[in-house]
Design a protein around this ligand. Structure first.
Ligand SMILES: Nc1ncnc2c1ncn2[C@@H]1O[C@H](COP(=O)(O)OP(=O)(O)OP(=O)(O)O)[C@@H](O)[C@H]1O
Ligand SMILES: [Mg+2]
Length: 666
């Protein structure tokens, strides 16, 4: 059986020269993001592998990862894939050393870097995310520091929200590095509402990324491919134009059409050369989908069955997993794989023994969608059963199969775990989407209440207080009705905060007061300290300085120690102007200049073993919080000097932590 794949790259000279310039510039230390855009099958991946070949030739390190079309996928998936592979090839101790303290930020994504890492609260989500992005960038720099790095990220039209955010961040941070990030995406999948579309528009406008649009091949390009495939010089103008019309210049479609024609004997080999029937007698299928499904029909029913099972596992899958899920013997599965490779439906993963992938995403899609829904569900269920018994499987993969199998009983706890892990990785948008999806299938009141509140918190962390508020308002009363008062009070603090951010300080205050009443009864806790800090902030904005100070003192008391006179002085100084800015900025009307803008204090619970109370606006750029080790050292020094308690560092009050909040299970 003949495979019909073009052995050489045809055309694309102009694009290659642009790409090569970018590659050389990155190698010299002027890195950037370059994107290859074009319709499915137009040759983005083919061109990217040509760039990869050239990068390797000049000694650059190459890493690659791809996004998944599965509707649930790990946040940062393409980065995880690329960097995960990188970490298997290097001296981990050396990388740990070079990363220094940043490796703690990567502990969730790459546990091999920090195996002992304890689960920690995320604290201020914006700060935590920035630290994570910086840490990923540091790891990329390490990968490229000696040789320069080409990082290929495929199929960004399927990228998750976290990946998109990280990409956006990298557009601003790659200049001055030896990193070229080459991304590919299907332009035809990016309608106006696609979340990647507005990023790309902005990157094009600001030239933050170079976007190269790949057009279909012209008639001569099509002729060039036919010549290369059949190793022949003879392609008539008529045949060229016919194929160009039918394939619309799309190389993938052309290869599929030709493969079909060869299989049917419409194009055939004689002793000396390739011949074809008259154009009128060529019976080429109308769509790519038809060509693929016709080819599946060439397989035996058992082989087709194995291939359908594979399509449930994703574009790329491992042989052992397919073997286990298909519940057929080694020989049958191997025969099916062999036949599918011959039929140009599957191929072996080039760099990964024992893995196969569908030759094209469209191939997998056609086969998957040709199955009836109950059969698909059954196969997803089988896949979930097999994965449940395996160790080290990402929870999100298991959740994906359980959801696709409609097995809600099992899917809900696993889905919640997957969403929590997403939150640990600062992927709040994905977490919120997953919680919301699970919500539709939860009837138990307490689970529903918790899920509502978790959804609210995830939305709040994506900076969407309006949406967050709606979920809190439903979830909190349900939690209270179920007797979970303290938990409800903790969420009330978030609800108050949402109201505050939506310019409703009175509602915020009443929420804080309700939370405070419950939390005070329960004794000292992080949540109680937080509620005091929030109230203190509200008093500050109302010029109720005594109350403000009183609440701040209570917060510090709950933190275990009385606040020193320092804090008092600072708070009073705020009567005159913003502390630390050295200017008097009281306005003529006597109102404070920062009124209505920002809270003056918040608790950052990102770092152990101290809490840092921002005494000034934590969100104003340039006001950096004390570095974690500086904060810890300050507290330790003070202890060693025989004085316990909080320390003032710049504009931050550092308070030794009291207790560690335990994560709650639903
Ligand atoms: N310029 C070219 N010369 C020769 N063959 C090509 C060329 N462009 C694409 N091909 C072939 O066409 C097929 C499809 O190309 P490729 O996989 O690169 O498409 P793609 O744009 O990445 O599609 P998708 O969006 O689905 O990922 C491949 O077999 C590839 O080798
Ligand atoms: Mg591709």
């Amino acid at each position: 059986m003949q495979r019909v794949v073009c052995p050489v790259l045809i055309g694309r000279e102009a694009e290659l020269s642009e790409l090569e310039d970018a590659l050389l510039a990155a190698n010299r230390g002027d890195g950037q993001i370059v994107l290859l855009a074009g319709e499915a099958g137009v040759g983005k991946s083919r061109l990217a592998s040509e760039v990869e070949r050239r990068a390797r030739k000049i000694g650059m390190t190459v890493l690659s990862g791809g996004c998944s079309e599965a509707e649930l996928a790990l946040p940062y998936l393409p980065f995880l894939e690329a960097l995960g592979n990188y970490l298997t090839t290097v001296d981990l101790d050396q990388v740990r050393k070079e990363l220094g303290s940043l490796r703690r930020e990567l502990a969730h994504l790459f546990p091999q870097l920090e195996p002992e890492a304890e689960s920690r609260e995320t604290g201020d989500p914006t700060q935590a995310k920035l630290r994570l992005f910086e840490a990923i960038l540091a790891l990329l720099r390490i990968a490229g520091q000696q040789t320069g790095l080409l990082l290929i990220l495929e199929d960004l039209h399927w990228s998750d929200a976290s990946t998109r955010e990280l990409l956006d961040y990298l557009t601003r941070r790659l200049r001055g590095t030896r990193i070229m990030l080459l991304g590919t995406y299907r332009a035809d999948e990016l309608n106006r509402k696609h979340p990647l579309a507005h990023h790309i528009q902005a990157w094009r406008r600001t030239k933050a990324a170079l976007v190269i649009d790949l057009q279909p091949l012209p008639p001569d390009g099509i002729a060039g491919m036919v010549r290369a495939i059949f190793d022949s010089d003879e392609v008539t103008d008529e045949f060229r134009d016919f194929l160009h019309r039918r394939s619309e210049g799309n190389p993938f479609v052309l290869e599929e059409l030709l493969k079909d024609a060869v299989d049917r004997g419409d194009i055939y080999r004689t002793e000396t050369r390739w011949e074809r029937k008259n154009l009128d007698d060529l019976r080429l299928p109308q769509t790519v989908r038809d060509t693929i499904l016709l080819r599946v029909e060439q397989l035996s029913p058992e082989q087709a069955d194995v291939l359908q099972t594979a399509s449930v596992l994703g574009r790329s899958f491992s042989y052992p997993l397919l073997l286990a899920v298909s519940a057929k013997g080694d020989r049958s599965v191997q025969a099916a794989l062999h036949a599918s490779v011959q039929q140009q439906l599957l191929e072996e993963e080039p760099h990964d023994n024992g893995r196969y992938r569908f030759r094209h995403a469209l191939t997998r899609e056609a086969i998957y969608e040709d199955m009836i829904a109950p059969h698909r569900e059954e196969l997803h269920g089988l896949a979930a059963d097999v994965l449940t018994k395996q160790e080290g499987i990402p929870t999100i993969d298991l959740a994906f199969h359980l959801l696709a199998a409609n097995r809600w009983q099992d899917a809900i706890p696993i889905g919640i775990r997957a969403a929590e892990q997403a939150e640990d990785n600062q992927a709040f948008a994905e977490a919120a989407a997953l919680y919301e999806r699970l919500l539709r299938h939860v009837s138990d009141n307490l689970t529903r209440a918790r899920l509502l509140c978790k959804t609210g918190r995830a939305h709040y962390r994506t900076n969407d207080p309006g949406r967050a508020q709606k979920f809190f308002e439903q979830g909190i009363p349900l939690l209270e009705a179920a007797g979970e008062e303290i938990e409800a009070a903790e969420y009330r603090i978030d609800l108050g905060r949402c109201n505050w951010e939506r310019a409703r300080p009175d509602v915020a205050r009443s929420q804080y007061e309700r939370a405070r009443a419950v939390l005070e009864r329960a004794g000292p806790s992080d949540a109680l300290a937080t509620v005091y800090i929030r109230l203190s902030g509200l008093h500050m904005f109302n010029y109720e300085f005594q109350d403000c100070l009183d609440m701040a003192n209570r917060a510090a008391d709950v933190g275990g120690r009385r606040v020193g006179a320092d804090l008092g002085r600072r708070v009073h100084r705020r009567r005159d102007g913003l502390p630390g800015q050295g200017r008097r900025r009281t306005r003529a009307d006597g109102r404070h200049p920062c009124r209505g803008r920002q809270p003056w204090a918040s608790v950052d619970r990102g770092e152990r073993p101290v809490q840092r109370f921002h005494l000034s606006d934590p969100d104003v750029p340039g006001q950096r919080s004390p570095r974690p080790h500086a904060a810890v050292r300050a507290v330790t020094d003070r202890r060693q000097a025989g004085r316990a308690g909080p320390v003032l560092l710049g504009q931050h009050l550092v308070v030794p932590r009291l207790s560690r909040a335990r994560p709650r299970a639903v």
